[in-house]
Design a protein around this ligand. Sequence first.
Ligand code: SF4
Length: 238
Amino acid sequence: MALGTFVQDDVRQLVDGLNFAEKVERSLWLIREAYEEHGEHLAVANSLGKDSCVVWDLAKRVSPHIPGFIVTTRFKPPETKQFMKETVARYPELRVFDNPAPIPEKLWETDPDRCCDILKVKPTRQAIEEMDVHCWVTGLRCTEGRTRTDFEEVEERDKGLIKLNPILVWHEREIWQYLALYRVPVNPLYAEGYRSLGCGPCSRITSGGDERAGRWIGTSKCGGECGIHTRPLIDYQI
Ligand code: SF4
């Protein structure tokens, strides 16, 4: 079955219509199809969060040769930086991108959209351009929060750049189920109670509500997006 066939499926029905094992098989199939189509031009965006850990592990099951990239920032917690070091040591095919440009003090508080644009979106564009990516694979899930309900498993938001969201229909529980069953290492900060991890100043421990409710608390961006899933990623001056 061609990759495009999946686009027609109603992802909202799949969220509760497929069981855990069927979701794993579907995700593997999506990655395999995309890898066959795009080969070395396919790359996994690994944010080092729990969802990315699942996608990265699935991709490695499809082929150990699939490359990936990590976008990091100066504001990542020390635990995340350490986890990144360990992950890259284990998987040297993961490239790290960072924007060292100077920014105004506390920009994350005064203008978080601009801060994310400089520190996260720009390096993502850089990764896609430098690695000549035609298909990028993400850990996005439609049950994570209010801003993630309208995505599809296969998208072309930027012309010529396919975005594959192979675990779009997974529940949070199934992420932890996979990580436990396949013994995939995760950032130790999850043990402290975080449900969604980003930069230190913009991630809080919350209970109840959306999974992403602890992101950007106290700003207009609360529970929102950094921009890599909503802003253009190509045809842009880096
Ligand atoms: S998550 Fe916060 S600190 Fe990190 S880039 Fe975005 S606004 Fe800046």
